[in-house]
Write a protein that binds this ligand. Structure first.
Ligand code: UDP
Length: 414
């Protein structure tokens, strides 16, 4: 029998992760770090995810406002951009924290009291200050999930450590006087995958996913909310280019999924379900077998790895994941404000191209399908941009912060 003191010593240390499902990137990053912690510190750290903005413990009004994010970026992206800019100042954020975001404090404090975490980690800009206020003196970490532009909400002063995805974000914190070791460039955490595939791995993956192997495969996605005029773009690609196959990943956008399912010849679209995490639905294809429509998938890395080209809005999570898969990118849209700079990052590195209009997208894909050398160069540049070790680097930082590395060193000394 294990003595009680040893059993106690072995109990994993809870660490509270604060996320929100505005888009898919914040939760994906938290999930990737959870996976990395399980791999490297299994039984030592126990990450607990909490959503104080849209979760069941949050006040109804806050959940309602949080739920507006998806429709706002899909239907009124300019209005969203204006809100982003209007709140990007310390004075404006103070007001938002005193009013709307004050509602997130109670569920966060309750989670801290319930779990007694060794640290609180914010993966969302709107939860950074909340994390500090609710932490009750525990260390607070911010994991920044925007690649270039860094809203003032990310840069709340009372945080103990800031883990950033790129040199551009590190520079922004440097301007605020936040330097190493408080600010560490880890990369943006992405789920573990097997990296850029070889030709034969890609072919095997396509067989497994039920995708044709002969045609150029376009994976079209608009982040967790399925934004960026995806239906129009899919229709134009299929209409004008007859030797391509298109997989559309609709995320939580049920309307897009239903529209495309009808177009793909499925007369019985499923009734809307609201759960964010629902099982993957079966593949639907049209008569020509050139359109595949998926809802919210939980195997994004597979789809990115088997693509010839990933067409996406300039979401940081999708960019980070696509580069880890070495996939060439065509960026169709960026959210004003938070995704400013992402297109330059990708295009500047040679990993992708920009195609803001539907016509430009058709032209770019038409060019690329006849230019395997250009595609190969983009593939190589994309892989160079990828940072597959980001999640394990974040995990190591958290372990060090809660004293695990020190404990290991002490054990070795002893
Ligand atoms: N995602 C997913 N399944 C889907 C659609 C999206 O897992 O069906 C994930 C995707 O892999 C990425 C995130 O959602 O990790 C989208 O993040 P991004 O930063 O690109 O855009 P956001 O949705 O946050 O605006």
């Amino acid at each position: 029998m294990i003595p009680l003191s040893v059993a106690r010593a072995r109990r994993p240390m809870p660490v509270l992760f604060l996320v929100a499902d505005t888009g898919g990137g914040h939760r994906s990053a938290a999930n990737a770090v959870t996976e990395a912690l399980a791999e490297a510190y299994s039984g030592e750290i126990d990450p607990i995810c909490c959503d104080p903005l849209g979760g069941p413990e949050s006040p109804a009004i806050l959940r309602w406002v949080t739920g507006l994010y998806g429709p706002a970026i899909r239907l009124a992206p300019r209005v969203w951009g204006a809100i982003y800019r209007a709140t990007d100042s310390p004075a404006a954020m103070r007001l938002v924290h005193r009013t709307l975001l004050a509602l997130a404090e109670r569920p966060t404090k309750e989670a801290v009291a319930r779990h007694q975490p060794a640290a609180v980690v914010s993966f969302h800009p709107l939860l950074t200050a909340t994390a500090v206020k609710a932490s009750d003196g525990r260390p607070v970490v911010t994991v920044v999930t925007d690649l270039v532009t860094t809203h003032v909400a990310w840069r709340y002063a009372g945080v103990d450590r800031v883990l950033v995805p790129t040199a551009a974000v590190r520079w922004r914190f440097h301007l605020d006087g936040v330097e190493a070791p408080r600010c560490v460039e880890t990369g943006l955490p992405v789920a573990k995958s097997s990296g850029p595939p070889t030709q034969s791995e890609r072919a095997a993956l396509r067989r497994r996913l039920g995708v044709g192997e002969r045609r150029l495969l376009i994976v079209l996605t608009g982040g967790g909310e399925g934004s960026g005029g995806i239906a129009r773009r899919a229709a134009a690609l299929l209409r004008w280019l007859d030797d391509i196959e298109v997989v559309v990943i609709c995320g939580r956008n049920r309307r897009l999924e239903r529209t495309l399912a009808r177009r793909a010849g499925d007369r019985r679209p499923e009734r809307a379900r609201t759960a964010a995490k629902r099982p993957e639905r079966p593949t639907r294809q049209n008569a020509g077998n050139r359109l595949i429509v998926k809802g919210f998938v939980d195997n994004m890395a597979d789809w990115l790895r088997c693509a010839d080209v990933v067409v996406t809005k300039a979401g940081p999570g999708t960019i980070a994941e696509a580069t880890c898969a070495g996939a060439p990118l065509v960026l169709i849209e960026h959210l004003r404000g938070q995704e400013d700079g992402n297109v330059e990052l990708v295009v500047g590195a040679g990993a992708g191209r920009e195609a803001a209009s539907v016509g430009a997208l058709v032209r770019q894909i038409d060019e690329l399908r006849h230019d395997p050398a250009a595609l190969g160069a983009m593939r190589a540049a994309s892989a160079r941009l990828g940072r597959p070790d980001a999640a394990s680097r974040v995990a190591a930082e958290l372990a060090e912060l809660v004293g695990l590395a020190t404990r290991a060193a002490d054990a070795n000394d002893g």
